[in-house]
Design a protein around this ligand. Structure first.
Ligand code: GH3
Ligand code: MG
Ligand code: MG
Ligand code: MG
Length: 313
């Protein structure tokens, strides 16, 4: 544990400064029916920068969590009137998975079977009362660090590295949900491909090609609404799923995106600028997401064959 480093050493101070900065954005909830135990744990967390909420019962803890979505760490006592710590954790885990919330059990009666019960109910860790400040911070820091690591891994797994847009995997993970959401009011799928992109790479170089892909991705990201799902599907190909759009509305939506991209100069570091166009294939009705994508892809082919820089479908 980093805290075993000599307090006062440069490494320790850097570590501490980073944690203090990070902790400011993190909500922590202390659940204990004993005011003195609660104040002790809450005070220790505040010292390390956390935004701390206190609850004197399981019911108050559930309320606090519903009210403060920034809470990512819960430290809960075992014996409390009404709802004990195990039951609280069981309820919390029904809605808050381990990638979103870290839970540490804390109790004076920390027998081995009780510790096991805490872990089985969904706690990440356990602290025995009375705790030493060093162990308290080691466990809290390690559990919050793990949440950060999970977040980083989730980001790497779902986001396209070059553009920051959702990647193909994420599109299929979320796509079915977005498609379903659009079943009542219609849903439109658009497949977008940059025209003559090989020529852009050949003329300006691969790095400029990358810049062009990023610029198109930014234009797509600016264009989509919060309910839409956009992703980089392949090299210079993007997909947009837009619930609630059908007929002319869907066509206008993609036509507007095509026109925006066509009118957007892409500045290169050497002072030159690229103008490019895109073709978009649109599908507004098909049975199932994969059938929609297949039809949008077919329409994209029609757009390319028809001369490019157009929306078909
Ligand atoms: P079309 O109008 O028919 O789409 O012509 P095109 O030249 O765009 O043809 P195609 O879609 O087949 O070419 C895609 C090219 O994109 C081929 C590949 O070298 C290039 N490419 C794919 N991924 C990347 C990337 O991440 N960066 C860069 N710079 N180029 C890429
Ligand atoms: Mg108690
Ligand atoms: Mg292309
Ligand atoms: Mg292509």
């Amino acid at each position: 544990c980093v805290l075993k480093n000599t307090p006062g050493s440069i490494d320790y101070l850097v570590w501490l400064a980073q944690r203090l900065e990070r902790n400011r954005r993190i909500g922590a909830l202390v659940v204990d029916d004993s005011p003195s135990a609660r104040v002790l744990a809450a005070g220790a967390l505040r010292l390390y920068g956390f935004q701390v909420t206190e609850a004197d019962s399981g019911a108050a803890a559930l309320e606090a969590l519903a009210l403060h979505p920034s809470i990512r760490l819960v430290i809960t006592d075992y014996q409390m009137p009404g709802m004990d710590g195990l039951e609280l954790i069981r309820r919390l885990r029904a809605t808050h998975t381990r990638d979103r919330l870290s839970i540490i059990g804390i109790s004076g009666s920390g027998s081995a079977p009780l510790v096991a019960q805490f872990l089985k109910h969904g706690a990440n860790d356990f602290l025995h009362k009375p705790w030493s400040r060093e162990e308290f911070f080691c466990r809290v820091s390690q559990n919050v660090d793990n949440l950060d690591l999970i977040g980083t891994l989730q980001d790497l797994a779902t986001r396209d590295f070059l553009t920051g847009l959702p990647n193909r995997r994420h599109f299929f993970d979320r796509g079915a949900q977005v498609y379903q959401a659009g079943q009542e009011d219609g849903v439109a799928a658009g497949m977008l491909d940059i025209d003559h992109f090989k020529h852009i790479n050949d003329t300006y170089g691969h790095d400029a090609g990358d810049l062009a892909i990023k610029a198109v991705a930014n234009a797509v990201a600016r264009h989509v609404r919060t309910q839409d799902l956009a992703a980089r599907f392949g090299g210079e190909e993007f997909v947009v799923l837009a619930p609630g759009l059908q007929g002319e509305d869907a066509r206008d939506y993609f036509e507007c995106l095509r026109a925006d991209i066509g009118a957007m100069p892409i500045a290169l570091p050497d002072g030159r600028s690229i103008h490019l166009t895109v073709s978009i294939g649109v599908c507004t009705s098909a049975a199932g997401l994969s059938a929609m994508l297949a039809e949008a892809d077919r329409q994209l082919y029609v757009a390319k064959a028809g001369g490019r820089n157009r929306v078909e479908g």
